[in-house]
Structure formats: structure tokens, C-alpha cells
Design a binder for this molecule. Structure first.
Ligand SMILES: [Zn+2]
Length: 411
């Protein structure tokens, strides 16, 4: 099994090399934005790499001093961001075209060379050397574990510039082949996060979006408002009926989600499903969000009922900090959660969809709660890529990470 890790490392560079890096980043962002502009003709968005390559590659080489691999990486980032925008449109969401503003630049092994304590990087001003600012070697840090390890191979890196501090960080990507741990036949937990954007997300990376519920709710709300304006006795009865129809549809959908969720646990050989304790669920429903505490209680009941048929136990765990804790290294901080969807560990650099990270923490917490409690206690949490056990945590491969870096809505 292939395991990937990203290790953030601070760089030390001379003033003139810093100028070259800043200029490289500016030209890289410019190239990505140029591709986005070329992709949109006012009506359609082109997302085919080969077409966009033919349309933009020569132009960008002419207009910039970027390394050819930077031109290609900028195009690839633009294509990823465009695809994510198009996917949102297809789901009926409004989304603006991507604009690249946050300062970053991609490196691979053709325009960078990675060593244990430094890297050489192509810039618009030629190749420069950037020293790594490494912590104490004695400590068991991600740097010593992955950067300086012979088992982990460096595949590339993203250069980030933190403007406020005037600091450069290289997020170095590494990978290793590890033996697939033997999954135990029972004692495995499926962790579930519930929320507003997604009704449920599992520790195996299955998402049930709340888009459909939101859509219905808006439709029913419109009908309710127009009926209320009539204000008659008939209108009152009609509003009542709309409410019942909505409740019925929500219950039907929750039923489906519950069935699929228990199927997922069953197919993955899980003996336990862990939910957050829903008692103070109201806290999660702030900001005029549509899904109500009752819907989640109903989901929990459906899951409990269906799981019992399959011989799967459903447990509740303390939800405290499950959304702020890093499921990879355990670091817990408010700043790990810069937005609703994003989780970015400030210590180890682990990045993933926030709900997915939380789902793994929920599973992990049940493990912690029950470890040592004797017979039948769960021993591992089921993840997409294998098992997370109480001692070591299996990282998630890059392919299942959600979101696009360096993307912000066009103003
Ligand atoms: Zn972490």
C-alpha cells in the first residue's frame, strides 16, 4: 500500500533569492489565471487539459520567464479549479470562476531537487538554494520521520509565501510503500460526522451532501411565504400540508442515508458505528442553517434500527473538539479549521475536508473510550485506505483529498 505525507518546512533564503521566489510566484499565479481566462468564452468553460495546453502554453512561455514545468503545473491547477467550479454548477450551486490570489507555486522533481536539509528550486532568476529550517533532530517530528527517512521518497512540493511574516514554506510531498496492515475481522469502527453541509460523512470517506435537503427546504419555504400572503383559513391548512410533505421527504431521504451508511459499515466489516452525542446538536445548527436537530435524531434512530439487524453496535461519543483535532497527528486548535469545508493542521500540515477529518476523530474517540474496557472493545477505525489503530495513524492518500489550493472566489 502506498502512503503519502506532506511535511511543511520553513525556508531560509538570501534577500535576492527571496525576490526571485516572489516573482516566480507572481508569474505562476498569473499563468494559472491566464488559463482560467482562456477557458471561459462567456458561456462555456473548457476543462480539457490538452485543448487548454494548445491554447495557452506558447503564450505563457512568451510572456513569462517560468520553467516549462511551472507553466504545466499552473495549467493543471487551473484545470482542477475549473473542474471543481463546473461540478458545483452541475449540482445547481452558484460558484464564480476561480481566481488564484493566495501566493503559492508548485514544484516537482524536474524543476526542483530535494535533499535532507535543503532544496534547489527553479525561479525566474535561475536556480536557487533554499535551506530547511529544521527542528531538533532528537524529537520525533514529521521532518525526521518523513523528510530524512530512507523509506519515504520526495515526489514534489508546494511553495507557500506567508506575506504578513515575509516567510517561505515548502510543503514537501513524500510517499512510501508500507505493508498493508491485517484488518481484524471484528472490533472495527466506522466513524460518522454529521453536519450542515453534509448530512453525514464516514471515516471511510463517503459523503452524503445536504444540497438536496436545502433545495427542497427553499422550495417549500417559497410556497409557504406565498400562501401566508393570502392569509386565509385555506392558506393556513395548505401551509400545514406543505410542512407535512417536506417532513415526509426529509424522512425518506434520511432513511436512504441510514441504509447506505449501515451498508457501508457492513461492507467494510465494521462491528461498531460511532456518532457524536447529539444531545447538544443545536450548537452545530447556528447561522440559520436548514437542518434541524430532529432530523439528526431521526437519522440516528434509523441507523440504530437498521444496524441492529446486521449485528452492528451504534455508539455515541463526546463531540468536543472532533472538528478541531487533527486526525493525523492529534494537534487540536481552532486555527486548524480556517473555513467550513477545510481542515489544515497547523502543526503537521495535514489537509483534508473538515467533515472527513472529523469523522475519523469520532471513530478514534470511540476507540479511546473503549480501549482497555475488556472483551468486545473495538480495536481499529476503518478508513478509506486501511486501518487507524490506537498507536499509529494511517495517513490518507492525496487522491481522496478534497478541495483546491490557492483558489478564492472571483470578486
Ligand atoms: Zn496534524
Amino acid at each position: 500500500m502506498e502512503v503519502r505525507r506532506t511535511v511543511p518546512v520553513k525556508l531560509e533564503v538570501t534577500d535576492s533569492d527571496a525576490d526571485s521566489l516572489r516573482e516566480t510566484i507572481q508569474q505562476f499565479l498569473g499563468a494559472a489565471n491566464y488559463v482560467v481566462d482562456a477557458a471561459y468564452d462567456g458561456e462555456w468553460v473548457e476543462t480539457r487539459k490538452s485543448v487548454l495546453h494548445d491554447e495557452t502554453y506558447a503564450d505563457i512561455r512568451d510572456r513569462t520567464e517560468l520553467h516549462s514545468n511551472h507553466v504545466q503545473s499552473a495549467r493543471d491547477r487551473a484545470v482542477d479549479a475549473l473542474k471543481s467550479t463546473v461540478a458545483k454548477w452541475q449540482r445547481g450551486k452558484t460558484a464564480s470562476l476561480p481566481t488564484f490570489t493566495s501566493p503559492f507555486c508548485e514544484y516537482n522533481r524536474r524543476n526542483a531537487t530535494f535533499h535532507d536539509d535543503h532544496a534547489t528550486l527553479s525561479t525566474v532568476g535561475g536556480r536557487i538554494t533554499a535551506e530547511y529550517v529544521l527542528p531538533d533532530e532528537d524529537r520525533d517530528t514529521p521532518h525526521s520521520q518523513y523528510l530524512c527517512s530512507d523509506d519515504y521518497e520526495t515526489t514534489g512540493a508546494t511553495l507557500h509565501y506567508r506575506e504578513a511574516a515575509d516567510e517561505f514554506y515548502l510543503h514537501v510531498r513524500t510517499k512510501a510503500d508500507v505493508d498493508d496492515p491485517d484488518p481484524p475481522e471484528n472490533g472495527t469502527v466506522l466513524g460518522v460526522d454529521i453536519g450542515v453541509e453534509n448530512i453525514a460523512v464516514t471515516s471511510t470517506g463517503v459523503f452524503w451532501s445536504a444540497d438536496e435537503l436545502d433545495h427542497w427546504h427553499r422550495e417549500y419555504e417559497k410556497r409557504r411565504v406565498s400562501m401566508q400572503q393570502r392569509g386565509t383559513r385555506d392558506a393556513h391548512d395548505a401551509i400545514q400540508r406543505v410542512g407535512e410533505t417536506e417532513t415526509g421527504r426529509v424522512e425518506q431521504l434520511l432513511h436512504c442515508v441510514a441504509n447506505e451508511l449501515v451498508d457501508e459499515a457492513d461492507e467494510r466489516g465494521c462491528s461498531h458505528i460511532a456518532f457524536e452525542d447529539l444531545t447538544d446538536i443545536r450548537d452545530r445548527m447556528s447561522g440559520g442553517k436548514r437542518l434541524h436537530a430532529w432530523a439528526f435524531r431521526r437519522l440516528f434512530e434509523y441507523v440504530e434500527y437498521k444496524a441492529e439487524e446486521c449485528g452492528i453496535a451504534v455508539e455515541r461519543v463526546d463531540p468536543e473538539n472532533t472538528s478541531r483535532r487533527c486526525s493525523s497527528c492529534g494537534h487540536t486548535a481552532k486555527t486548524n479549521r480556517p473555513s467550513q469545508e477545510t481542515f489544515e493542521c497547523q502543526r503537521c500540515g495535514y489537509e483534508n475536508h473538515a467533515d472527513y477529518n472529523a469523522a475519523k476523530n469520532v471513530g478514534y474517540r470511540l476507540l479511546r473510550d473503549q480501549t482497555g474496557s475488556g472483551g468486545g472493545a473495538p480495536v481499529g477505525v476503518r478508513l478509506n485506505t486501511g486501518m487507524m489503530n490506537a498507536n499509529g495513524v494511517m495517513p490518507v492518500p492525496e487522491s481522496v483529498r478534497a478541495g483546491v489550493h490557492g483558489e478564492s472566489p472571483r470578486r
